[in-house]
Design a protein around this ligand. Structure first.
Ligand SMILES: Nc1ncnc2c1ncn2[C@@H]1O[C@H](COP(=O)(O)OP(=O)(O)OP(=O)(O)O)[C@@H](O)[C@H]1O
Ligand SMILES: [Mg+2]
Length: 256
């Protein structure tokens, strides 16, 4: 169904992007709460999120500023620990994992794209994209990290910018590098937080086209946070948040 990454040489035992024959949920959130503390006392950020996402689905997450969209991505990535409920992702209950296990979970299964690119400024485009493969280490695809990073950068149209540092790249080019870095490991779950929010319309449209191309090629599940209704509508379903709750979940297996 989905093509293998051309940057995936044969001996690579890294994540197999081929979806299961009968794809089950790759992500399940049950009664997820997130409470953080602020100067004014505890704040309820997420207030009972139930969400089931099947392998290969694309989910657009929308809602007003402050409704909890970024926080939702953070708990799915295990970057914030839930204060209630359960999250199962890529077959693991991540709400119970310690920091080391969470780091391994992210390394092996999750790609993240941020609004402001978050590239390492002292590393070239090639080094930025090779980084997650090097973390994966020998035997997990890290042997030919630079070769694979180069192939991935060529796939996003940046084969001529391998040695450029982030400061020497345009915003759109930096986001292409960030996409290459997020997809190079063939993640099962790709989290994108307003990936076009810092770009002009035309550049942003190009990034979204690329994001969906990579999503199809890798067969990854995509959770895309966006303020732009036309971007959300390119997803197979839309989840709307308000005040830390899901208020609309069109087309989902769990809610109507
Ligand atoms: N570290 C924190 N401590 C306390 N409150 C926080 C923290 N991070 C976020 N919040 C609060 O949580 C709520 C949800 O924030 P979040 O960033 O998830 O919203 P969002 O939907 O992504 O908004 P935007 O569209 O503006 O990016 C906000 O009210 C915010 O002020
Ligand atoms: Mg946000």
């Amino acid at each position: 169904m989905s093509e293998q990454l051309s940057s995936n040489p044969a001996p690579d035992p890294a994540p197999d992007p081929t979806p299961d024959p009968a794809p089950g949920p790759v992500l399940t959130l049950e009664g997820v709460h997130l409470q953080l503390s602020s100067d004014a006392g505890p704040v309820q950020i997420l207030r009972g999120i139930d969400l089931t996402v099947k392998a290969g689905e694309t989910v657009g997450v929308v809602g007003p500023s402050g409704s909890g969209k970024t926080s939702l991505l953070m708990v799915i990535a295990g970057l914030e620990k839930v204060t209630g409920g359960r999250i199962t992702a890529a077959g693991m209950e991540i709400s119970g994992l310690d920091e080391d296990s969470l780091a391994r979970f992210r390394r092996d299964h999750v790609g993240i794209v941020f609004q402001n690119f978050h590239l390492v400024p002292t590393m070239s485009a090639l080094e930025n994209v090779a980084l997650p493969l090097e973390f994966a280490g020998p035997g997990a695809g890290g042997e030919d990290a630079f070769g694979r990073a180069r192939t991935e950068l060529e796939a996003v149209g940046l084969g001529h910018r391998l040695g450029h540092y982030p400061g020497q790249l345009s915003g759109g080019e930096q986001q292409r590098v960030a996409l290459a870095r997020a997809f190079v490991t063939g993640p099962r779950i790709l989290l994108a937080d307003e990936p076009t929010g810092s770009l002009d319309q035309a550049t942003g449209d190009g990034i979204i086209d690329l994001l969906f191309q990579l999503q199809v090629r890798v067969g990854t599940t995509l959770i895309l946070v966006t303020h732009a209704p036309e971007l959300a509508s390119r997803c197979t379903r839309i989840v709307r948040l308000a005040d830390g709750r899901i208020v609309d979940n069109k087309g989902g297996p769990d809610e109507g």
